[in-house]
Design a protein around this ligand. Structure first.
Ligand SMILES: [Zn+2]
Length: 443
């Protein structure tokens, strides 16, 4: 990696044309080679993986085709926690260039490590993603992803630098200053979580600043599931093209997959990752196009090779050709995380489904939380949502009944809807908290 080639196919351009437009048969050959090398790396350097593969009766030499991927056992988030902090690393700590960690809601954080070459690959893929979304050399990139142990900030930062863009390393928070610097520096690209992008837009409104008149043209939004309705809301309010980007620290960080200008699914970078969709119950691999849990295997990671990692993200994959000319499969927009899925009186619900109903409804602002409580033996969901500024408080109840009716008919669940005054739902400065689960924890 490292060498950047720009080639044109029709009117489309690519940052790494050889890889991004590689015929799928050729791509598969590259993947098999890289898969065998990855399994070898894990087998030889990670005792936990070696034991697992031995127990499954698999040796690296058994990997001869992509179908052999299914010989490998899954890796789960609990495996990372159980081997805290460095037990799954294939390199000694002294050989690493960086550590990141995600805070767990329970117990120990998930720790991930990178060699210098891993950081280089990540930077390349993040630059490729940004280019795919429309960012170019020389653009000013306003990076409002949090810097620190979270991979969002530094991931976008290194990618923008690799692209040759100019990074404003803003991080999350100081929202007033975000607005000022976006306007003063004339950023063309905004990187943020979708919920934080909306919080920035809201503050701009309050300051009398019209972001639609700013120089912003492209938003790279990710790190949380968001609905198509949310995309439209952000595009209308900020006046930019809102592009979905995907990643997770266990696999690399942001830049595992990104939308092109077709906005029709996220190209997963298959020269570095293998993507599968499985039935989360049975673990069986599903045919292309069926919805299930996304499973990712890394193909080039040195420090933390990951074999069949269960992401808990629910989605579908297509290898159908894309208008942009890229041959890499597309991950359709993530519906939600398995962890966030609520089962309300037998109906499976993701917060993004409720979001899709809320956003754009009259008098309703795009800020919400779902509160889940146990009433007797039944689970009850209260949707806390805000009225738009200027809405008379004596109309809140009627608006709530209207929203409740639409959630029932479109999502199929009965909820309590509480319409609140503007500004009362907590704003995120990073990943939004969409669900407050107040049910007693089962032991
Ligand atoms: Zn495309």
């Amino acid at each position: 990696m490292g060498a950047i080639s720009r080639a044109e196919v029709g009117e489309h351009t690519f940052l790494h044309a050889d890889m991004e437009t590689m015929p799928r048969e050729q791509l598969a050959q590259l993947q098999v080679q890289r898969l065998r090398a990855t399994v070898t790396n894990a087998y030889e350097h990670v005792p936990f993986v070696k034991q697992r593969l031995q127990a499954a009766g698999v040796k690296p030499a058994d990997i001869r085709s992509l179908a052999d991927l299914q010989l490998l056992p899954f890796t789960k988030k609990t495996d990372l926690r159980d081997n805290y902090p460095f037990g799954l690393f294939a390199r000694k700590p002294a050989e690493l260039a960086r550590l990141h960690a995600s805070s767990g809601t329970t117990g120990k954080p998930t720790v991930v490590g990178y060699t210098l070459e891993d950081i280089g690959t990540w930077s390349d893929l993040m630059a490729r993603s940004m280019y795919c979304a429309g960012a170019r050399r020389g653009d000013i990139v306003h990076n409002a992803y949090g810097y620190g142990l979270f991979t969002g900030g530094l991931g976008a930062h290194y990618g923008a630098e690799r692209l040759g863009a100019v990074v404003v390393p803003m991080s999350g928070g100081s929202t007033e200053r975000q607005v000022t610097l976006i306007m003063d520096f004339q950023a063309r690209v905004l990187c943020a979580t979708p919920s934080y992008a909306l919080a920035i837009a809201e503050l701009a409104d309050q300051q009398g600043v019209d972001l639609r008149k700013s120089n912003l043209q492209i938003g790279l939004f990710g790190a949380e599931p968001w609905s198509g309705a949310m995309r439209k809301e952000i595009e209308d309010r900020i006046g930019l093209k809102a592009v979905d980007i995907y990643g997770l620290s266990e696999i690399m960080g942001p830049g595992v997959a990104c939308e092109c200008d077709a906005q029709a699914g996220l190209h997963g970078w298959e020269d570095h990752f293998l993507f599968e969709v499985i039935d989360p119950e049975s673990g069986k691999v599903l045919p292309e196009g069926e919805a299930g849990e996304l499973v990712i295997t890394t193909l080039t990671k040195q420090a933390l090779p990951m074999l069949r990692y269960r992401t808990r993200d629910i989605t579908r994959i297509t290898t159908a050709p894309c208008d942009c000319g890229r041959t890499h499969a597309r991950i359709l927009r993530i519906t939600g995380r398995n962890d966030d899925m609520l089962i309300i009186r037998g109906v499976n619900v993701y917060p993004s489904q409720v979001e899709a109903v809320l956003i754009g409804r009259p008098h309703i602002a795009p800020h919400y939380q779902l509160v889940v409580e146990r009433e007797g033996s039944l689970d009850n969901v209260r949707v806390e949502v805000e009225a738009l500024p200027g809405t008379p408080a004596d109309q809140f109840a009627a608006i709530g009944r209207d929203v409740k009716h639409h959630i029932k008919s479109l999502v199929g669940i009965t909820t309590d809807v509480k319409v609140q005054a503007p500004g009362t739902v907590p704003r995120s400065q990073g990943k939004a908290v969409r669900v407050r689960d107040l049910r007693p924890k089962e032991v």
